[in-house]
Write a protein that binds this ligand. Structure first.
Ligand SMILES: Nc1ncnc2c1ncn2[C@@H]1O[C@H](COP(=O)(O)OP(=O)(O)O)[C@@H](O)[C@H]1O
Ligand SMILES: [Mg+2]
Length: 341
């Protein structure tokens, strides 16, 4: 889809004027895709005068979507189920580096979806992200026009290590340099910074031809900065807004979004199997995601559990972490940890 980005121009949007195009450009909205992912309420609010109200902004965004549909870049508002299936068959998947983990995801991290990796400190979330940076060079695609594109890695916990990516690539017999050159790393320092990076991610996706966006972690800065009970509602609203945007980007740009999340403990024992741990962020986060995976230590290995998916049952995969990143667990029975499932 990215390769077709430049094919439709702003001038082709019905009823658009050159004045309007100029003003949108000043707001940093310079492509039909960027317009199509806008929220009409925000667009009207940020517009420089009152000539664009919520209603006319909605029409404008709808017209942008319409020409993307007409150009074949987006599917129709209403599609027959066989067309929906055809669209699904064109999804790309990014290999994780572990076959059993890939199986858990029906082949890998999926485009047009947000996948969450939740787990305690040390459970392997960042290691999965680092291995993905290397393994993603193997794109599992059904659409021959699709290219692997580049990766945007948004790091809010300061744990991205280029040398670790280098090591994983080398251990897997791959040339590290071309892999490192495909990763656009962005260090974020505050919740506001993260929000603004996500607000502008449409431009970054286009600029860097990104097909995979990794956010490690989506919630840590907001959790730290909005910690009191009184600020919970505001934090949830901000998280909801970020996920909403990410969902639109995933859909319109046909990209895979992978986010990591922390856990909270539920000492009531209501969540068996997760040691009374639950992914943070409550319903707002839960509803904003397509696939949810819980990572857990299990002796020397790790267990990944997919506990929310539109099409898969609750199931586990075992993997281990080594110099070559994550891979299938081989001798997990020897440490007697199998009962930890
Ligand atoms: N080079 C390596 N070789 C083997 N194991 C490693 C290596 N690097 C990290 N690990 C393992 O990964 C764990 C940290 O996982 P990480 O992904 O950082 O956790 P999380 O992001 O969930 O907090 C460490 O405890 C260690 O066991
Ligand atoms: Mg981490």
């Amino acid at each position: 889809m990215i390769s077709r980005l430049k094919e439709v121009t702003m001038e082709e949007i019905p009823d658009i004027t050159s004045d309007l195009i100029e003003k949108l450009k000043k707001m940093n909205i310079s492509s039909v895709y960027q317009l199509a992912v806008q929220n009409p309420i925000e667009l009207a609010k940020e517009y420089e005068d009152t000539s664009l109200n919520v209603e006319s902004a909605s029409t404008l965004i709808a017209n942008a979507r319409k020409i993307l549909i007409e150009s074949g870049a987006l599917t129709n508002e209403f599609s027959t189920a066989d067309e929906v299936l055809e669209k699904r068959n064109k999804l790309s998947r990014y290999a994780t580096g572990s076959e059993s983990f890939d199986d858990l995801l029906n082949g890998g991290f999926e485009s047009q979806a947000i996948t969450e990796l939740a787990g305690e400190f040390g459970s392997g979330k960042s290691q999965v992200c680092h291995t993905l940076c290397v393994a993603a060079s193997k794109l599992i695609k059904n659409d021959p026009d699709e290219d692997a594109g580049n990766i945007i890695f948004i790091d809010s916990v300061n744990t991205f290590r280029a040398d670790r990516v280098h090591q994983i690539a080398e251990q897997r017999g791959l040339d590290p340099l071309p892999i490192l050159e495909k990763i656009y790393h962005c260090q974020v320092y505050s919740s506001k910074h993260l929000e603004s990076v996500i607000d502008d991610l449409d431009k970054s996706i286009e600029q860097y031809n990104a097909k995979l966006v990794i956010i490690d972690s989506i919630i840590s800065l907001h959790r730290a900065e909005f910690s009191g009970r009184g600020s919970l509602a505001e934090r949830q609203q901000k998280l909801g807004k970020m996920l909403n945007k990410l969902r639109r980007y995933a859909d319109i740009y046909n990209i895979a979004v992978v986010i990591t999340n922390q856990v909270v403990s539920y000492p009531d024992g209501m969540h068996p199997g997760f040691d009374s741990m639950k992914a943070a962020g409550g319903n707002i986060v839960a509803h904003g995601l397509t696939y949810r995976i819980f990572l857990k230590k299990s002796g020397k290995n790790r267990v990944a559990t997919i506990f929310d998916s539109p099409s898969q049952p609750f199931q586990h995969a075992k993997f281990s972490i080594s110099e070559s990143g994550i891979q299938d667990a081989t001798s997990y029975k020897t440490d007697g940890s199998d009962s930890a499932w």
